[in-house]
Design a binder for this molecule. Structure first.
Ligand SMILES: Cc1cc2nc3c(=O)[nH]c(=O)nc-3n(C[C@H](O)[C@H](O)[C@H](O)COP(=O)(O)OP(=O)(O)OC[C@H]3O[C@@H](n4cnc5c(N)ncnc54)[C@H](O)[C@@H]3O)c2cc1C
Ligand SMILES: *[C@@H]1O[C@H](CO)[C@@H](O)[C@H](O)[C@H]1NC(C)=O
Ligand SMILES: *[C@@H]1O[C@H](CO)[C@@H](O)[C@H](O)[C@H]1NC(C)=O
Ligand SMILES: *[C@@H]1O[C@H](CO)[C@@H](O)[C@H](O)[C@H]1NC(C)=O
Length: 439
């Protein structure tokens, strides 16, 4: 062998070596994140394409509008399960509430909307007693549909938060306090086979869980994955007197999702993220007629802007509807009617309990996004599993009260989906960052 060809060979070997090594860093996180997903007829590649090219850009535009960026939330509810002592003192955990001026305007807007709604309903006067009864009935009825605890938006403790000023990102919230939350969600509130304690994956043990309970676990795990993708993608990389630099921390991502560093669990968690995506996407497709009602307005008091945003919203929902491989929610809670009802009830109670656990999250920023996302997912489940018709033209002669969503539910639904959509988009970024890694 001549010297020259030896050098060439050596060069080509090293380049082969580096590409496979680099390829494998990406491969180790994404090896199982391809092909069809379990429990549904869909594959990861179709979702990636659909989300990154079509849904994501439109959704971002919608979420930056006034209607969607202000979320009313009570961050001061006490934890109902244990007394928390360590208040999170981390500065990255702080939530900036809206300035009083802004929330003042919104309060006025809110009452104006109510007033306009009352006028447009053209209510015939009825006795206080009837009205009270109707209200109670409606409240109760609505309650039975719900998967999630809603904050009392009228409470003085509730405040508007500008979501664009408080992005979900790295906060430094970790250790025993964060684990306690995740732990009680999985251990006490997730369906799992009783014999297994850890690892937190009932799917691994071939447990014979029914499809609904498996779905429940996957939704929570998908949410957990999304939160952890966000903190890895918006990590505090550098900080000085003048600025903070937030961007991707590839090693943080690997620690959480690399197959070898997570005993094989990481890639499965990413698959659960896609499952969560499908569930929320299906809910959006199903809720379309509700927003097609002519009387529905994204009311902020600026008619031109409001109409434009409604148009954008409908475009987005039509797009969601066209997705070719939707999740089939009728496969859940099917079968024996009585058992199915019981199961649905358990599912609801468990999910409600998880939304209450969010009041125990000590980091306010995390609590904000945790509450918003469980509420959004709860709203998606309400849409998918409500017994009520969701129609474009509510039928007046229909005695069954029609399906209702509150502003808080609407805002949380779309923003929660916005998080998951962003996570799917971020996976693409991490995939390229990992394949460029020099090892
Ligand atoms: C509601 C909530 C919101 C949060 N929001 C933020 C935030 O906005 N910014 C921020 O920086 N931090 C946030 N955190 C903290 C963050 O999620 C982690 O808890 C923290 O970074 C510590 O991570 P960890 O590696 O110790 O494992 P953790 O993420 O705390 O996970 C604990 C254990 O759960 C298992 N696990 C991990 N991921 C999954 C999954 N996807 N599916 C199933 N099991 C899994 C693993 O066994 C892991 O050891 C939040 C925590 C909670 C509870
Ligand atoms: C609700 O969650 C708490 C805290 O994890 C737990 O102690 C309780 O048993 C749960 N209740 C139900 C009904 O699941
Ligand atoms: C990125 O994350 C890793 C793992 O958590 C950490 O050790 C490292 O300091 C982080 N990088 C930066 C620049 O902060
Ligand atoms: C309204 O509901 C009634 C009773 O359910 C039904 O007979 C009627 O056809 C419905 N009308 C429309 C327009 O759907």
């Amino acid at each position: 062998m001549t010297m020259k060809s030896f050098i060439l060979l050596a060069l080509s070997l090293t380049s082969v070596h580096t590409t496979t090594a680099a390829g494998s860093a990406a491969h180790r996180c994404f090896c199982q994140v391809t092909g069809t997903l379990d429990d549904c007829a869909c594959d990861v590649e179709t979702i990636d394409r659909f989300n990154n090219k079509e849904i994501f850009p439109k959704l971002q535009k919608l979420l930056s509008s006034d209607y969607f960026r202000f979320y009313k939330v009570n961050l001061n509810n006490p934890c109902p399960f244990w007394t928390d002592h360590s208040q999170c003192g981390l500065k990255y955990c702080a939530v900036k509430p809206c300035t009083p001026v802004k929330s003042g305007i919104l309060t006025i807007l809110y009452f104006l909307t109510l007033f306009v709604q009352v006028l447009s309903l053209n209510v015939s006067p009825c006795s206080d007693e009837t009205r009270q009864a109707l209200q109670e009935w409606k409240k109760h009825d609505d309650e039975s549909d719900r998967f999630c605890m809603l904050d009392d938006v009228d409470s003085p403790e509730s405040q508007y938060v500008d979501l664009l000023l408080n992005p979900e990102r790295f906060t430094g919230y970790k250790g025993p306090e964060a684990w306690r939350i995740w732990n009680s969600i999985y251990e006490e509130n997730c369906f799992k086979p009783y014999s297994v304690k850890r690892p937190l994956n009932p799917l691994a043990s071939n447990s014979g869980l029914c499809v609904e309970k498996r779905a429940f676990f996957r939704l929570i795990s998908g949410l957990h994955a999304s939160i952890n993708i966000h903190l890895s993608a918006r990590y505090l990389l550098d900080e000085n007197w003048f600025e903070m630099k937030w961007s991707h921390n590839v090693s943080e991502f690997q620690l959480r999702f690399d197959k070898e560093l997570t005993e094989g669990e990481g890639p499965k968690r990413l698959r659960n993220l896609y499952f969560l995506y499908l569930i929320e996407l299906r809910a959006l497709a199903k809720i379309l007629p509700y927003f097609e009602r002519p009387a529905f307005h994204l009311y902020t008091g600026q008619p031109t802007e409001d109409n434009e945003k409604k148009k954008l919203l409908l475009e987005l929902l039509h797009m969601a509807k066209l997705f070719p491989l939707h999740f089939d929610e009728t496969a859940l809670f099917a079968g024996n009617k009585k058992e199915a009802m019981k199961l649905k009830e358990d599912f609801k109670l468990t999910f409600k309990n998880i939304s209450r656990i969010m009041d125990c999250v000590e980091c306010f920023k995390c609590r904000l996004w945790g509450k918003l996302q469980t509420q959004g997912l709860g709203t998606a489940l309400k849409i998918l599993f409500s017994e009520r018709q969701i129609e474009a033209m509510p039928n007046a002669s229909n005695t069954n009260p029609s399906f209702q969503l509150s502003r808080q539910e609407i805002v949380s639904l779309f923003n929660a989906f916005g998080r998951i959509s962003t996570s799917v988009r971020e996976l693409d970024n991490f995939r390229s960052l990992l394949s460029n890694l020099k090892q």
